[in-house]
Write a protein that binds this ligand. Structure first.
Ligand code: 5AD
Ligand code: SF4
Length: 442
């Protein structure tokens, strides 16, 4: 019987990417993936630390794994990712049943640990390299993640990432092109480029010439067989004309930009150290739309940042009204260890106030997203099929180039791109019918 492993992933797409590499690496070591953590020989967690909720959810899972280990002493428990990095000094003291802990830049060390004879707990936390060269076990064979950089040089006062993932390091352009070519040869048609601040890509290339995010988009667009290029997340500060034009000029670059606003008040943006103000954010949006009138815009918003007044919050609502995002992730501010804003204790906003603001924000976001989605109704759009609909098994599910999910009637296999006529739209999803005639014609 080969040994078995189970990986639970928390947090962002970068973690999903790293988990696929962990799985690929474990399979190449002869491990097999188990259905559940219970019964697996190796129980792994790829953790997140972005908000307090992420921490507490994970700790509950970790305690369950400890219970499995009490029943079977041979079980190995591993903890990787941002939470592990952020508590590296305490992890073995507070959780003595953990055998191996490693930060986001240390995924490959897991193999070293498992193949060594060491029986003592080990921790690995210095950034040593990208996971791109490790084998990957993709969730869907036609979609792939590509990590273009690690770390972040920004100093957003609420954010733990610069302290968990360190300074920005970029991968050389030719290495990325080669990686994507290899993925396309294996059947990948859509890639999502990942980085903490993707459009700052190119300034911190390890051992290579400087380049830029727009150049990378051009180089990837030239790869035959690659249909869709997505990326997340850019910083509004670095959203320059070259990237905006790449959306207009390059067929594979999807008409979607996730542009994190965080707050609509210039005063709060300053306290967040976001390096732009309300006016500049709106100017970026105008520039993007001038060249790409149909593009989808989504965002992240934090409510209840320390010192946020009713007037500040009203400005966030105004900007969201004015832009009319196609969707948004909304968060209540959560103080994080070792961040600048965690010290603004006397300005903390009572939780009930933050929750009430969140409700008002969600109302505006959803209403505007619902209105924006109506522009798709009546159009026939290319849909990359992902599988069966989650709500109605008689239907299929896929995404339009703008990133919105469509549930539709039709016959097609995952990985195929098919024309779908959009018949209805809500703030979250679209409904449609596959256009059989268009497909027959080809
Ligand atoms: N509290 C609340 N939300 C946060 N985010 C990052 N740090 C915090 C925090 N301390 C949000 C931001 C970011 C997204 C990934 O998570 O909106 O863009
Ligand atoms: Fe969570 Fe941020 Fe780390 Fe991603 S980079 S896992 S969102 S803390």
């Amino acid at each position: 019987m080969p040994k078995s492993f189970h990986v639970t992933t928390f947090g962002c797409q970068m973690n999903e990417h790293d988990s696929e590499r962990m799985k690929g690496m474990l399979e190449s070591l002869g491990y097999a993936e188990a259905e559940a953590a219970e019964g697996a020989d190796l129980i792994l967690f790829n953790t997140c630390s972005i908000r307090e909720k992420a921490d507490s959810r994970f700790v509950a899972h970790l305690r369950q794994a400890a219970a499995h280990k009490r029943r079977n002493r041979e079980v190995v428990i591993g903890v990787g990712g941002c939470w592990a990095q952020s508590v590296k000094d305490q992890v073995f003291r507070d959780f003595p049943f953990v055998d191996v802990a490693f930060g986001p830049g240390q995924v490959h060390k897991l193999a070293e640990f498992l193949t060594s004879d060491s029986l003592t707990a080990q921790g690995f936390f210095e950034f040593e390299g990208f996971t791109g060269h490790l084998p990957s076990k993709r969730d869907r064979e036609f979609q792939g993640w590509v990590q273009i950089s690690a770390g972040c040089n920004m100093k957003c006062s609420y954010c733990i990432v610069p302290s968990t993932r360190g300074r920005q390091v970029d991968r050389p352009l030719d290495e990325l092109v080669a990686e994507v070519r290899a993925m396309v040869a294996e059947g990948v048609v859509e890639v999502t480029l990942l980085g903490q601040n993707v459009n700052a890509y190119g300034r911190a290339v390890a051992g290579g010439p400087r380049t830029s995010f727009a150049e990378l988009l051009h180089a990837l667009d030239a790869i035959e067989g690659l249909q869709r290029v997505r990326y997340t997340s850019p910083h509004p500060q670095d959203m320059k004309e070259d990237v905006v034009l790449a959306h207009a000029q390059l067929e594979s670059v999807c008409p979607h930009v996730h542009l994190p606003l965080q707050a609509g008040s210039s005063r709060i943006l300053k306290a967040m150290r976001r390096t732009y103000d309300r006016r500049r954010f709106l100017d970026r949006v105008a520039l993007i739309r001038e060249h790409n009138p149909d593009i989808a815009l989504t965002t992240d918003v934090i409510v209840g940042f320390p010192g946020e007044t009713e007037a500040d919050f009203a400005e966030t609502l105004e900007v969201c009204e004015e832009v009319g995002f196609d969707g948004a992730f909304t968060f209540i501010y959560s103080p994080r260890r070792d961040t600048e804003a965690a010290a603004f204790v006397e300005d903390f906003i009572p939780h009930e106030v933050a929750v009430a603001r969140m409700d008002r924000l969600v109302e505006v976001i959803q209403r505007r997203a619902g209105e924006q989605a109506q522009r798709f109704v009546g159009r026939t759009l290319d849909v990359l099929v992902e599988g069966q609909s989650r709500t109605d098994p008689s239907k299929l599910r896929g995404r339009i180039p703008h990133g919105k999910v469509v549930n539709f009637t039709g016959l097609a296999s995952p990985g195929e791109t098919v024309p779908v006529e959009i018949t209805a739209a809500t703030s979250q999803t679209l409904a449609g019918e596959m256009s059989l005639l268009a497909r027959a014609l080809g």
